[in-house]
Design a protein around this ligand. Structure first.
Ligand SMILES: [Fe+2]
Length: 193
């Protein structure tokens, strides 16, 4: 499930309703669509799109999107580092970036016009959009894997427009969450289970 981290306030939000309420003023939608009860995470692209066709059609009507596809990124993806470098620099798009994560994990960092930078950790079952013109960047987590449904108004409109004074390097591209807690040996003996 998604979570939000606000590094400058040393604050993390994990409650679904609080996440939705936090993102809403930025024009960011958050929805949770369960994957494992609907389709296998490794099903074909066509099966994934068919399984979530009702939700995709609803979003197309809501946001004026015309096409949807599935992107698969793994450590074996050719030129993966070059692809990731394109999106880990602060940028905007001329249309909304809508992503439903089927498998894997990643972080969208959002740089609002006013207010602190925040990271949105997405994983299987999380839908978010990054509204057109919003300054943001994206990093994968350690497993360097993500599988997403993407929606487009015009696939050519999704090219990144890099900002003049990017601040992405000030924020660690480290995924937080239960998988990334230190090993038990590093914990204080009092709390070790
Ligand atoms: Fe982007």
């Amino acid at each position: 499930m998604a979570s939000i981290n606000i590094p400058d306030e040393d604050r993390t939000i994990t409650d679904t309703q609080e996440i939705t309420d936090f993102l809403s003023p930025f024009g960011i939608w958050y929805e949770k669509w369960d994957v494992d009860s609907r389709v296998g995470r490794d099903a074909s692209n066509e099966e994934i799109l068919a399984a979530f066709a009702p939700e995709v059609e609803r979003l197309k009507e809501k946001g004026g999107f015309v096409t949807a596809d599935v992107i698969n990124v793994t450590p074996e993806t050719p030129s993966l580092d070059a692809m990731l470098a394109k999106f880990s620099k602060e940028h905007t798009h001329s249309e909304d970036e809508v992503r439903f994560t089927v498998k894997g994990r990643g972080i969208f960092h959002i740089h609002p016009k006013d207010g602190p930078v925040f990271g949105v950790l997405v994983e299987s079952g999380d839908l978010i959009n990054v509204p057109a013109g919003t300054q943001h960047w994206f990093n994968l987590c350690d497993d360097r894997t993500i599988r997403c449904i993407r929606l487009f108004e015009d696939p050519s409109g999704w090219a990144p427009n890099y900002v003049d004074q990017p601040i992405d390097e000030k924020y660690a591209a480290v995924c937080w969450g239960p998988d990334y807690l230190p090993p038990a040996d590093d914990l204080d003996p009092v709390v070790k289970l």
